[in-house]
Design a protein around this ligand. Structure first.
Ligand SMILES: [Zn+2]
Length: 183
């Protein structure tokens, strides 16, 4: 019985909790009621461009469970007529904040990355996966890049093209590139 009541209390504490997110400059602070409704990766071209990233990862919330805690006046909006959606971002630092779609009027999507803590949902879903870019990092094996502390790289798959690696080093040194000179 004791264990059960503790579990219940823990669950109610979590469900009544608010979690906070913020933009890069800190002008805007958001809050949602824990947990989020769902979380997903969006590979569509509009999200790719809006984020300037390979894809965007969102948490979806009921609109009534998401609020602007601070900085409403710093939020700018872009109405995208083509996709019938609205994207909000911080007018000071450009961080994407809300992605609202006309076809889901009761939901609001917020970039997962704005939250440092847990949001209660793992991003297990993918939208527009057919648009996954071939330059997206997909967990390939990485190795330290010699001479560049903190930089790791993916070695070329084929042993028949070792010159690609030499070319990169030549380019970085400002010298002639065997890759370019071959063309
Ligand atoms: Zn900002």
């Amino acid at each position: 019985m004791r264990l059960e009541s503790l579990t219940e209390r823990a669950a109610s504490n979590l469900s009544g909790r608010r979690v906070y997110g913020r933009c890069l400059c800190g002008a805007v602070q958001l809050e949602i009621d824990f947990p989020a409704f769902w979380a997903w990766h969006d590979h569509s071209v509009s999200s790719r461009l809006a984020h300037g990233a390979a894809y965007a990862t969102y948490i979806g919330c009921w609109r009534k469970h998401a609020r602007v805690a601070k900085g409403q006046e710093s939020i700018a909006r872009f109405e995208d007529a083509k996709t019938e959606s609205t994207r909000s971002f911080c007018s000071r630092c450009g961080t994407p904040l809300f992605y609202e779609r006309k076809r889901s009027p009761h939901m609001v999507n917020i970039p997962r990355a704005l939250f440092t803590g847990r949001t209660g949902r793992e991003p297990r879903y993918h939208v527009a996966i057919e648009e996954l870019q071939d330059w997206t990092y997909r967990g390939e094996r990485l190795a330290p890049l010699k001479g560049y502390p903190g930089v790791v790289w993916e070695r070329p798959k084929s042993r028949r093209r070792p010159r690609d690696a030499d070319g990169l080093e030549f380019l970085d040194l400002g010298g002639p590139s065997p890759v370019l000179s071959r063309r």
